[in-house]
Ligand binder design. Structure first.
Ligand code: ADP
Ligand code: ASP
Ligand code: MG
Length: 447
């Protein structure tokens, strides 16, 4: 068995879904289990509908809902009944939200899950129309999570039990199609794995059924040496390690959800990133131990909209317990810290969730001086060779001689070197680093 996950752009229209069908058909001998995202930008649209409803703009919400229904009816001919039913369910939810005027995480999940509930039905129907024997599985019946709605974590014991019991017998005879991103709690309430979570579903399913490979089909040729939205024209990374892929994803490479490789690591299942518009392109292979490369770094990831918090206190001098006090504050407000640097009397750190920033600063100000710089970006060079190579830091700083670097951190994992720069310097910084590290690249590792 293999798991094949197709992202939003890969199933954005009837035409795109026909391409998917051809890709799957060519791999029937490997017993594919297909995981699909919502069609195109459906999840964003569903969330916009919910936001309009709670803001008291019911008419606008219903107009947007009508547009999204028309889109699905047009791109999914032959599935009028189920589409109409799902949108009737959405309309009832939206009207309820408009009355309540409040959007809970649980209601958010009920609404955003409709995208994958529908797309999986649409894709399964298209496969059937093209003559493939297809079984649709509602992911909510097999992926079980905790109750942290909108960011739920899988409960692997129950999930693996259900997956291993349900999926292999079906996949032996039929193509299985299921929605990514969606799951349910132990009580059967709809939950979701967080934005971009269909990749995670693919690896949860892959590990749960002991798949031989997990394929992530998307709209680029694989992991590239730089984020193409910031620097187009990067090279394809032919192969990288689980650890490198996880680090790149964590530091902003949207091509993979950060949790995706975790289940794959545990079962040592290779993950392949492939392009659904160029199915012949070999993509990126992610494995435990890729062959050694002469290149010191594998790729450069970027995280935008970062806030830098500087905390200064002379009380920190020679004292213990100071860092604990600082982190307790971030912990209490459930705000993850990405990067960290300390000196004798100061701590600098970065966060990307600023929803509790004012409250955090107010608490920190009771024992330290706090300054905040917004509009920052993290540039993160990733590669297993960084720790061993003495030259990466020197080369990076030489390349960045004209860029103001506000913070530096070489990760404890020894596989990343991260810098914070002003958002306005981001493109220039990535260009300079890319030129430095990828002008003469190792053809065994990149193309
Ligand atoms: P999908 O809908 O298939 O899940 P995503 O939009 O979530 O696709 O992820 C693919 C996108 O990730 C690409 O279109 C690209 O813009 C972005 N991306 C960011 N960093 C990288 C990188 N290093 N390599 C490839 N793609 C990247
Ligand atoms: N549809 C969901 C999202 O847009 C999940 C995914 O596409 O991976 O976030
Ligand atoms: Mg994605």
């Amino acid at each position: 068995m293999i798991v094949m996950k197709f992202g939003g752009t890969s199933v954005e229209s009837a035409e795109a879904i026909r391409r998917v069908a051809a890709i799957v058909r060519a791999r029937l001998d490997r017993h594919p289990v297909v995981v699909v995202s919502a069609m195109g930008k459906t999840t964003n649209k569903l969330l916009a509908i919910a936001a309009a409803a709670v803001a008291g703009e019911l008419d606008r919400a219903l107009t947007l809902l009508g547009e999204l229904r028309e889109f699905h009816l047009k791109e999914a001919p032959g599935l009028g009944g189920p589409v109409t039913e799902h949108f009737a369910e959405l309309e009832a939810l939206v009207r309820g939200l408009a009355v309540m005027g409040e959007l809970t995480p649980r209601a958010t999940d009920a609404i955003s899950a409709l995208g994958e509930r529908l797309s999986s039905l649409v894709v399964a129907e298209q496969f059937r129309q093209e003559g493939m024997d297809t079984a649709h599985v509602d992911s909510r019946s097999v992926v079980v999570t905790d109750r942290r709605h909108t960011q739920a974590a899988p409960l692997f014991g129950q999930t693996n039990e259900r997956l291993s019991k349900t999926i292999p017998p079906l996949a032996a005879k039929q193509v299985v199609v299921m929605g990514g991103f969606i799951a349910s709690t132990e009580d059967g309430v709809t939950s979701t794995l967080g934005r971009g979570g269909s990749d995670y579903t693919a690896s949860i399913v892959g590990a749960g059924i002991g798949a031989e490979e997990i394929q992530i089909w998307t709209d680029v040729d694989g992991i590239l040496t730089a984020d193409p939205t910031i620097l187009p024209g990067g090279h394809r990374v032919k192969v990288c390690s689980f650890a490198e892929a996880a680090e790149l994803a964590y530091f902003g490479a949207k091509v993979l959800h950060p949790a995706t490789v975790l289940p794959a690591i545990e079962k040592n299942i290779p993950v392949r990133i492939l392009n659904s518009r160029r199915a012949d392109s070999p993509g990126t292979l992610i494995v435990r131990s890729p062959p050694a490369s002469t290149s010191p770094i594998r790729s450069i990831a970027c995280k935008k909209n970062i806030t830098l918090v500087n905390i200064v206190s002379t009380r920190m001098l020679m004292a213990h317990g100071f860092l604990r006090r600082i982190f307790e504050v971030f912990d209490r407000f459930e705000t993850p810290v990405d990067m960290l640097a300390t000196s004798e009397v100061s701590v600098s750190l970065t966060i990307d969730n600023t929803s509790a920033l004012d409250a955090i600063c107010a608490e920190l100000a009771t024992f330290a001086d706090v300054t905040v710089q917004d509009a920052q970006s993290i540039v993160c060079m990733v590669g297993e060779n960084i720790g061993a190579s003495g030259t990466v830091v020197a080369l990076a700083f030489a390349a960045l001689k004209d860029v103001k670097v506000r913070m530096v951190s070489q990760g404890a994992s020894q596989l990343n070197l991260s810098l914070v720069v002003d958002a306005s310097d981001l493109t220039r910084a990535v260009e300079s680093l890319h030129r430095e590290f990828f002008t003469n690249f190792d053809p065994e590792a990149f193309e």
